[in-house]
Design a protein around this ligand. Structure first.
Ligand SMILES: Cc1cc2nc3c(=O)[nH]c(=O)nc-3n(C[C@H](O)[C@H](O)[C@H](O)COP(=O)(O)OP(=O)(O)OC[C@H]3O[C@@H](n4cnc5c(N)ncnc54)[C@H](O)[C@@H]3O)c2cc1C
Length: 464
């Protein structure tokens, strides 16, 4: 091993890369990590963290409204976008420094530069114009928002990277896409007082989530004032003399907005990375192909996180990185476990979900019991807010195994984390039934739905 400069060279200082570098360095390995932009990667710099901060910012107007029913008089509220952006920047810079320090504190070297492969063991540090060698290489270069070059006027549009640092808060925005990023930003901008239109080509927002939640969230968002146009795509964007944007949709509808945000998918960062020279295979989407242990077609090169296009979530990238270190450096081959991943959509109201949707479960199980409840959460009683909370358990009628748990409403993301443990542990509906409720909470409904709301037999709903 000593013939190489490093035992491990990591390309990409995001969620997966930082974790792998830190843990491998702590084992005493000679580790270097190259990051071309900012340490912390998408999640910290322009993903999960700033997004959640903006979600919090956007919730205040409803909190102010709700306060009246509890006896509060709130004076005139004003929002300053530039303050939010500056405070966000301060927080992500703090986290960025921690990420970098953690690698260095474990004995790893951090290199602020783009890195590319020259061959299976050689890496070019682009900004420093030198090469180094490594025994093992980990590619953790993540992904970026998919561009839309076929759209006339796409150069006037922005992507999730830019959206966090817009110089001004737009008065009107069109967001194209129906995934969680598009939906979350629609709620953020609406909450901040922006006239918001969500344009999605599909038949309902948030494909892959339970249809009940998708429909209910859609209705709730529309009720708040977010315009949602389904079966729609933009066909042309043009800039007017006053700087505003005219958008024409396939339906003939025309919109005039200040910004168009395209959130139509993610593309793996694999261009010009030297993968061909190193013998690393990619799939048709440009994602790195890996085996179950995250090893690429070159046996000393590994890949984790979004660049492999498995499940694009921060905890998944981190888990894959931990498994990689076990496999490559601890002689303990460990496959990442992608089964039953709890997840949240930070829409307003929020979604928290784990396991199978009703539709997916119906394709795989003959007998389903569906437990479903929809109610006004206690916090909305005095506030007068009409929003409903929805909870749903999908249960295998033969084994009583809970296959899916879905929540729409306040704190649903927090609930999904705990529900995730119960599904991962393979708990049955009987285990839920014998769990004492926590009162008064909304979550207690999850353990007090004793009778199925309806059954699904061979894919067909049977009421009563
Ligand atoms: C708007 C948004 C919101 C999100 N919200 C959530 C959420 O709420 N929850 C969640 O779990 N996930 C969320 N995600 C997804 C999450 O951010 C990613 O799944 C996660 O960051 C993937 O980690 P990674 O290590 O694979 O890649 P990244 O974190 O993307 O890190 C890759 C790093 O590699 C660097 N890089 C690329 N090429 C090179 C090169 N050649 N040389 C050197 N450096 C290079 C990049 O600059 C980047 O810093 C969100 C993503 C977005 C865009």
């Amino acid at each position: 091993m000593a013939q190489y400069d490093y035992d491990l060279f990591v390309i990409g200082g995001g969620s997966g890369g930082v974790r792998a570098a830190r843990v491998a360095a702590a084992l005493g390995k000679r580790v270097a990590l190259a990051e071309e932009f900012r340490f912390g990667g998408t999640c910290v710099i322009r993903g999960c963290v700033p997004k959640k901060l903006y979600v919090y910012a956007s919730q205040f107007p409803e909190h102010f409204e709700d306060a009246a029913g509890y006896g509060w008089t709130v004076g005139e509220a004003k929002f300053d976008w530039k303050t939010l952006v500056a405070n966000k920047e301060r927080e992500i810079s703090r986290l960025e420094a921690i990420y970098k320090r953690n690698v260095e504190g474990s004995g790893g070297e951090t290199i602020h530069s783009r890195a590319e492969l020259v061959d299976r063991h050689t890496i070019r540090i682009v900004d420093k114009n030198r090469t180094v060698t490594a025994d093992q290489i980990l590619i953790a270069t993540g992904g970026r928002a998919a561009a839309h070059p076929a759209l006339p006027g796409h150069e006037h549009c922005i992507y999730s990277n830019e959206v966090f640092d817009l110089p001004e808060l737009p008065k009107a925005i069109m967001i194209e896409g129906g995934g969680y990023i598009a939906v979350e930003f629609a709620n953020i901008f609406h909450g901040l007082g922006v006239e918001t239109t969500l344009v999605y080509r599909g038949k309902e927002i948030l494909s892959r989530f339970d249809m009940d939640l998708r429909r209910t969230l859609h209705e709730t968002m529309e009720h708040k004032g977010i315009r949602i146009l389904l079966h729609s795509v933009s066909q042309e964007v043009s800039k007017r003399g006053d700087g505003r944007l005219d958008v024409t949709l396939n339906t003939g509808q025309k919109l005039t907005v200040d910004q168009v945000l395209l959130a139509i998918g993610r593309t793996p960062n694999t261009e010009n990375l030297g993968l061909e020279a190193a013998g690393v295979e990619m799939d048709k989407q440009g994602a790195i192909v890996v085996d179950r242990l995250s090893r690429t077609s070159a046996d000393n090169i590994w890949a984790v996180g979004d660049v492999t296009n498995r499940v694009q979530l921060t905890p998944v990238a981190i888990h894959e990185a931990m498994c990689f270190v076990e496999t490559a450096f601890k002689d303990n081959p460990t496959e990442p476990d992608h089964d039953c991943i709890p997840t949240a959509v930070f829409s307003q109201p929020e979604i928290g979900t784990v396991g199978l949707s009703e539709d997916d479960a119906a394709k795989r199980f003959k007998h389903l019991e569906i437990y479903r409840t929809s109610f006004r959460p206690m916090r909305h009683t005095l506030s007068g807010r009409q929003e409903k909370m929805l909870m749903k358990l999908v249960v295998d009628g033969d084994t009583r195994l809970v296959l899916g748990a879905h929540v729409l409403g306040p704190d649903a993301g927090e609930m999904a984390q705990l529900l995730g443990i119960t599904l991962k542990a393979g708990l049955t509906k009987d285990d839920f039934d014998r769990t004492m409720a926590v009162h008064p909470t909304a979550a207690e409904e999850l353990v007090t739905m004793y009778k199925p709301t309806y059954l699904v037999k061979d894919g067909v709903r049977v009421d009563g």
